[in-house]
Design a protein around this ligand. Structure first.
Ligand SMILES: Nc1ncnc2c1ncn2[C@@H]1O[C@H](COP(=O)(O)OP(=O)(O)OP(=O)(O)O)[C@@H](O)[C@H]1O
Length: 380
């Protein structure tokens, strides 16, 4: 069990972690999520006694890490896979760690086998790929057969087979009754791996709940509805009818509307009553990734801006604009298959009266609409 109470860390004027309280329980994989700079690594370093809290405290198995008797046998961690003496072989690196903690040498060969590095055990770790380095870091974490394990971005650099292996390893460790605390940016991976989530933003707790509850609390189901492509008037008319009936309507990047607050049959009836043809009406549930993005969008420190390519656009270069090739119209073939919800984040409201508020900076981070090969018509 890991327990943080009022954990706060300041670096000069920067508050990296503020008043964080949570428990990480044994027998489950707990995912630790947050945007870049949210304070995940700082929190993990404080759990491991590598950083002193400015105030508050964090304990592992009831004691601060530094007061744990033979801590490496109780807690294993992968924080920075690159923090290895590159001139040493993988086996010698693990042997030196084992000797420091009174762990028998045969355990080194066991963990090398567990992480699949037995064939390269004698190679200098400085020549390892990112994925091999991650495996070596995981081997070091497993060395003392600890009850509590912390992994900071363990799948970073791993190939699909490696990601699957880490997923199964985390689950197995938890099923053995261990406490497994793992940070990741890969929401889809966390949805498959974690039982419980702790989400932080700008150093503060945003959610502490099961994955299932997280999705249910943060992502209402919604409908996607699409009117004929070449007739924006129909779309506006439908939007007004749905809003008038109490629905919330947001336009999506591909021209469809995202509707919440109305059941699908009601949307269909309203469209029929307004004499509007529909090309799509489909139910959706937001993914963990979308629920997470929705929750943390106000706590993101680093946002990209559109690349203006100043001075590089064809009409800014000598010779003038390059004409676009003609694209023939493609008639609709059967039923339109929508992209998954994650591919189409909510956009700006149709009008101020029809949609909930969007953060002022949301538009700045939105990429320009991509060409959708599934579009039935091309407006060009
Ligand atoms: N030693 C330090 N000195 C000053 N500021 C620091 C220090 N360590 C972290 N910070 C700042 O504290 C904040 C939290 O950083 P931290 O590395 O914990 O975030 P993170 O959630 O792990 O980010 P990422 O997902 O990018 O790894 C950041 O603004 C970071 O710049």
């Amino acid at each position: 069990m890991i327990e943080a109470v009022g954990l706060t860390k300041r670096y000069g004027a920067k508050t990296a972690v503020y008043d964080l309280s949570f428990q990480v329980r044994p027998g489950a994989v707990t995912g630790f999520l947050g945007p870049n700079g949210a304070g995940k690594s700082t929190t993990m370093r404080m759990i491991l006694g590598l950083d002193q809290p400015t105030s508050g405290q964090v304990t592992v198995c009831g004691s601060p890490y530094r007061r744990l008797p033979n801590a490496p046998r109780q807690v294993g961690a992968l924080l920075d896979a690159k923090a290895v003496h590159g001139g040493r072989s993988a086996r010698n690196h693990l042997l030196s760690l084992a000797q420091l903690s009174g762990i028998p040498a045969r355990r080194v060969d066991e963990v090398l086998g567990v992480v699949g590095l037995q064939d390269v055990a004698k190679r200098r770790s400085g020549g390892f790929s990112l994925g091999m380095g991650q495996r070596l870091g995981i081997a070091a974490a497993l060395l003392g057969d600890p009850q509590v394990l912390l992994f900071d971005e363990p799948v970073n650099g791993l190939d699909p087979e490696g990601i699957l292996w880490v997923r199964n390893l985390m689950k197995q460790l938890a099923s053995e009754g261990r406490t497994v605390f793992v940070s990741s940016h890969l929401m889809s991976e966390m949805a498959l791996t974690a039982d419980h989530l702790i989400v932080i933003g700008r150093g503060q707790l945003m959610a502490d709940m099961s994955v299932r509850d997280f999705i249910a609390h943060n992502s209402a189901g919604f409908a996607r509805v699409r009117t004929p492509q070449g007739d924006p008037g129909q779309r506006e008319k439908l939007s007004a009818a749905l809003t008038g009936a109490g629905g919330q309507v947001l336009p999506e990047q591909d021209g469809a509307l995202r509707v919440t607050g109305l059941a699908l049959p009601r949307i269909s009836d309203l469209a029929h009553e307004a004499d509007i043809r529909l090309w799509e009406l489909s139910p959706h549930q937001a993914s963990l990734e979308e629920a997470y993005m929705r929750m943390t969008q106000g706590a993101v420190d680093y946002r990209s801006t559109d690349d203006q390519k100043a001075g590089l656009q064809p009409d800014q270069l000598p010779g003038g604009p390059v004409p676009l090739p003609d694209v023939p119209e493609v008639p609709q073939q059967g039923w339109y298959a929508p992209p998954p919800p994650a591919a189409s984040p909510p956009g700006q409201p149709v009008s101020a009266a029809t949609a909930p508020e969007a953060p002022a900076d949301a538009a700045a981070s939105r990429p320009p609409a991509a060409t959708d090969p599934t579009q039935p018509e091309d407006p060009r």
